[in-house]
Design a protein around this ligand. Sequence first.
Ligand code: SAM
Length: 306
Amino acid sequence: MASLTAVYGAPPLKLATVPQGSVQLSPLVPGGQSMDTLDGGAFDAIVVLAPPGAIERRYVLAHALRLLKPGGELTALATKNAGGLRLRAELEAFGCEVTDTPKGGHRICRCERPAAKPEGLDEVLAEGGPQILPDLGLWSQPGVFSWNRIDPGSAALVAHLPAGHSPLSGRGADFGCGIGYLSRTVLTSAKVTDLLLVDIDRRAVDAARRNIDDPRARFEHADVRHLALENLDFVVMNPPFHDGGDEDRSLGQAFIRKASQSLRKGKSCWLVANRHLPYEAILAECFTRVVPQETPGGYKVFEAIK
Ligand SMILES: C[S@@+](CC[C@H](N)C(=O)[O-])C[C@H]1O[C@@H](n2cnc3c(N)ncnc32)[C@H](O)[C@@H]1O
């Protein structure tokens, strides 16, 4: 029988071999499979490009061990300063015998899944899994953007969304919806008829589904840049400006372009950005009128009208 293999993320080809046909397990890749729902003990080998957050990383390693057959091979790698130096100890804490190789700025750890259930697995899976945040009363998960606190930029945008006599209305979208914080405010307007929440992080979309119980909301695990939307009445967004840990301004600029393409003429995109991000030129290029809002602190909010 052919061996069953999986990969988490996109490990550099020079550092790890990922067999063709491997199942993609990263929640950041639309079309991949969710680690949480796959049966345990099915895989012969898994390669993990481990994420930088400690709770998230241990959760991913625990799931990878759970998914492997006893004796199945785990390769886990990370750059030295983004968790690589901790990988070995994290795997040893599960009872694994680990080899640890430095290469190309990464640490590459290899081990077999122990015959017995790895130690502490359930605790680590609970710590890193979907959970309700008592202070906020919202579902979230470690690894999701600003997973356990409201992002001040998002709070600034919420404070500026139209309300009162002319609230948001009609069909809209929340680009990069996260756990649905902005959308919850948007849906307080009875004039909103339909809202599409989109995020590239499956964990965020799943949390948003749990946080928003409203028949007007639809959810999509997708890359905003690949959406084909038209005739929307509004878009709201706090666009991302990191891709794979590095600042990437073109990502926010692509969100702005996509918002313009998705809107009807005369309709608005509401967005917030960190003050240092250079979005003014692309906004002016894509929209007829751009109205900066008064905002204290390190954020700027715009209404951009097509
Ligand atoms: C700054 S956060 C805003 C989250 C949420 N709207 C809020 O206000 O709390 C940006 C979001 O965009 C998502 N994201 C990043 N790249 C994306 C892409 N290419 N397509 C869709 N969503 C993306 C991230 O996962 C993250 O949830």
